[in-house]
Design a protein around this ligand. Structure first.
Ligand SMILES: [Mn+2]
Length: 318
């Protein structure tokens, strides 16, 4: 389903492009957005890089992250690239509201399994560890020179989505690509420090509160992060991305679940699995998405019933 040639044709025939990823962006969403944007600029194209949410604090070190905008105005584009995100409404903000004809051709560049993509061109490589790997392949096919900044952006997408080259998606191809990026100027240690060793002190306070909620049964481990905890720790929600790894780190836990309160009555549920459970199938039961080992969904209701429903579904997959 990776139609690289069709994407290349769109790039060659257009001059003004919009690039956008899902709201609450992660390192792959933002890194791919900016890397693709800067690569297109190198080809002489005009580019707008969009995200409905602010770039998270731990990704603001990325080159050109200050050029990502959260408003569109009434510009029109030859094509819109949706990166790391198969649904337009997950992009939210002005892009979700925009008229289809002002967005031009919709081009999906992604590595997620998806059910309903509203795109004209689909360039999805489900074997890629990160959307950044798909973007790099595209650049290699076009012959775009990888600047040190683009190398940094793409390397960041690899680190984030492969758990620092530890997860099952870490292929020989990914490591070869990573080697190319280091040769092009990416610095692994500088990127890892910026990503993982630059937390604000409130992170620890929040983690303490979240770990208090840890519970486990039948190979499932879970934690809860409420708005009340964010308030108590004076922390922002973007410091909590990795908290789900604590329940997963326990021996015998096959599936880890993080219940995160987005606002009163609205919960984001994240799933991580170690080996045999395909958590994408679990998330899909609740209209979510993701991958076999990392997936998520959003559910409205009270925590007790959401917990019962979600954990009940997880049990069926164990
Ligand atoms: Mn990704």
């Amino acid at each position: 389903m990776a139609n690289y040639q069709q994407v290349i044709d769109v790039i060659k025939s257009g001059s003004k492009f919009l690039i956008a990823s899902h709201a609450h962006p992660d390192g792959d969403g933002i890194g791919s957005t900016i890397a693709l944007g800067k690569g297109l600029e190198r080809m002489g194209k005009k580019v707008v890089m969009f995200n409905a949410d602010k770039v998270p604090y731990n990704l603001q070190f990325l080159p050109y992250s200050n050029e990502v905008v959260d408003k569109l105005g009434d510009a029109a584009f030859d094509a819109t690239f949706m990166v790391d995100c198969s649904q337009r409404d997950r992009i939210s903000g002005d892009v979700a509201k925009a008229q289809k004809n002002s967005l031009g051709k919709i081009v999906l560049i992604d590595h997620h399994l998806f059910s309903a993509a509203e795109s004209d061109i689909i360039c999805v490589d489900e074997n890629a560890a990160a959307t950044g790997e798909v973007v790099l392949k595209l650049f290699k096919l076009i012959g775009t020179k990888i600047s040190p900044e683009i190398a940094t952006l793409l390397f960041c997408t690899f680190v984030v989505d492969s758990g620092s080259f530890r997860y099952s998606n870490t292929s020989a191809g990914l490591l070869r690509d990573a080697a190319d990026l280091i040769e092009a100027g990416a610095s692994p240690w500088a990127i890892s420090q910026a990503l993982d060793e630059s937390n604000p002190p409130a992170t620890i306070k929040l983690l303490r509160l979240v770990l208090e909620t840890f519970d486990m049964a039948d190979g499932i481990g879970w934690v809860v992060l409420s708005q009340q905890m964010l308030k108590e720790a004076s922390a922002s929600v973007d410091v909590a991305e990795e908290f789900i790894n604590y329940p997963r780190s326990i021996k015998g836990i096959e599936v880890a679940v993080l219940f995160r309160e987005l606002k009163t009555g609205k919960w984001k549920i994240s799933f991580r699995s170690k080996d045999r459970v395909d958590v994408y199938k679990i998330a899909a039961c609740f209209k979510g998405g993701g991958h076999a080992h990392a997936a998520g969904c959003t559910i409205e209701g009270d925590l007790a019933s959401i917990k019962a429903m979600v954990l009940g579904e997880v049990r069926k997959h164990l």
